[in-house]
Design a protein around this ligand. Structure first.
Ligand code: FES
Length: 172
C-alpha cells in the first residue's frame, strides 16, 4: 500500500468512526412501517449525512434485515447515491456536444488548475466536489457550469476565476 493510499484509508476510517448512527436510526424510524422502505431510508440517510457512510449501510442492513450486498447493489445502481463524503459546493462542468464545441475543455482545465481536483474528486477541506457531466439541457447557454443549483452560462476563464473566488470566500 502506498503512503498516500494508507493516509486516505486512515482518513476514511476516522470519518466512519465519527458517524453518529442515531441519525440513521431516526430515518429508519420514519419509514419503518412502510413496505419497500429501503430506497426512502437510503435517500433519507444520504440527505442527513450528505452521503451514505459504510457503517450506516451495515446498520441499515441489520435493522431492515437485508444483506449489505443488497444495499450496495442499490447504491451502485442509482447514480444519486454517494458512498464518499462530498463537498459543500458541487461544481459541475457540462461536457455535452454543444458545450464541448464552445470550449468546455478549457473551462474544465481552468477549474482543475484553480481548485486542484479532478473529476469526481473532493477537496481535502470538503469545500468543493468537481464533476464532469453530460448535457445539462441548456445548450443555448453553452458552455455551461453549475454550482449546486446555480447555473452559469456562457462560461469563460474569467468566470471560472470569479466563481472560484466567490465560493472560496463563503463560510463552510
Ligand atoms: S451540451 Fe452542455 S448544456 Fe447541452
Amino acid at each position: 500500500m502506498t503512503e498516500a493510499v494508507a493516509t486516505q484509508t486512515e482518513e476514511v476510517e476516522e470519518q466512519e468512526a465519527a458517524v453518529d448512527l442515531s441519525i440513521a436510526e431516526n430515518v429508519i424510524q420514519r419509514y419503518k412501517d412502510i413496505p419497500g422502505n429501503l430506497m426512502p431510508v437510503l435517500q433519507g440517510v444520504q440527505d442527513e449525512y450528505g452521503y451514505v457512510p459504510r457503517v450506516a449501510v451495515d446498520y441499515i442492513a441489520e435493522r431492515l434485515n437485508v444483506y449489505p450486498s443488497q444495499i450496495y447493489g442499490v447504491l451502485t445502481f442509482y447514480a444519486q447515491f454517494h458512498l464518499k463524503p462530498r463537498g459543500k459546493y458541487i461544481i459541475r462542468v457540462c461536457m455535452g456536444t454543444a458545450c464541448h464545441v464552445l470550449g468546455a475543455e478549457r473551462i474544465k482545465e481552468t477549474f482543475y488548475e484553480r481548485i486542484g481536483i479532478g473529476h469526481a474528486e473532493t477537496s481535502p477541506d470538503k469545500r468543493f466536489t468537481f464533476e464532469l457531466v453530460a448535457c445539462l439541457g441548456a445548450c443555448g447557454m453553452a458552455p455551461l457550469a453549475m454550482v449546486n443549483d446555480e447555473t452559469y452560462g456562457k462560461m469563460t476563464v474569467q468566470k471560472v476565476d470569479e466563481i472560484v473566488k466567490e465560493y472560496t470566500a463563503l463560510p463552510m
